[in-house]
Design a protein around this ligand. Sequence first.
Ligand SMILES: Cc1cc2nc3c(=O)[nH]c(=O)nc-3n(C[C@H](O)[C@H](O)[C@H](O)COP(=O)(O)O)c2cc1C
Length: 184
Amino acid sequence: MTDASANEPGIFEIMHTTRSMRRLKPDPVPNALIRRILEAGVSAANGGNMQRWRFLVVRDPTVKQTVAAYYRRAWKEDAVPRYRAGAPARLEGAAPTRSTGSSIYPAVQNMLLAARALRLGATLTTLHLRFEKETEAALGLPPDVHSYALLPIGYPMGRFGPVARAPLADFVYQDRWGEPSRDL
Ligand SMILES: Cc1cc2nc3c(=O)[nH]c(=O)nc-3n(C[C@H](O)[C@H](O)[C@H](O)COP(=O)(O)O)c2cc1C
């Protein structure tokens, strides 16, 4: 693994500008960069350091097209009607627990940050899970292995910029639930 090069942005700038980049150029991402992203992923916290995660790098256009067709269907049939109705996005499965995905998402976030540091665009996506069986079959997953997220990664068409979030005061309390913070 190479050291962070001098012209990579610092960690706080990376965190504040890692937004979802959905428009990507078709140019392939070199394996060396994918490797750095994966190394960042496996550096993440995970339960008992069991490292039960597996990462599937999909380059095969047929596999991509098959999964993409299910994703588009989920977008049209599920996400669009929800947005139109002003309903919140459905991001968890039918019976989520507080630990669902908890040993995967730290790695996913590390990979998103690493992609941003390498000036690659990425998005955490999960809509394909609406067609879980079909997409897992397309990816060749064995029956006891499940997909948590798909991260399309590529050179961005747009520019990186600050993420849009509500002010901290909307989310942060002090000492007791609901008490506004006096210190921030
Ligand atoms: C659990 C989870 C699932 C998500 N699934 C999708 C998805 O399927 N498709 C997508 O385009 N974005 C997905 N996102 C990205 C969010 O829409 C995005 O992070 C949010 O709108 C904030 O925008 P930003 O990342 O550009 O700041 C997901 C994010 C999370 C945390």
